[in-house]
Design a protein. Sequence first.
Length: 142
Amino acid sequence: MIMDKAAIEAVLPHRDPMLLIDEVLELVEGERVVARKTVTEEDCAGHFPGNPIMPGVKMVEALAQCGAVAVLSQPENRGKLALFAGIDDVRFKRVVRPGDVLTLECQVETVRGPVGRGKVKATVDGQLAVRGTLTFAVGAEE
């Protein structure tokens, strides 16, 4: 493990219940991150009673946070915010339930000024759960 929850909180402004990554397994600053999230009942609360499924929006947010770690861990971006600028070609491939462990990956593809794009995917036991392309903008924290 490269980063535990405390180290992630030193880079990201998110806090529970919206901090959706538990640990970072691999980090190449500005390029690539592999992280892990163990899905809990709380992550699925209300979606759906008696049949808990992690909402797709939370999986995409977890992937975005994974990418934010890649970008905000760079010295020039410390203390800044990474915000969504676009969500493209996202496809959901399997249901994710409490107890599943999501392996989250982000490969930063391009960065031009404060805007960048990354390819993301999440798997459970090697099976693709979601994939897509996320565009982000890095700005000053306000």
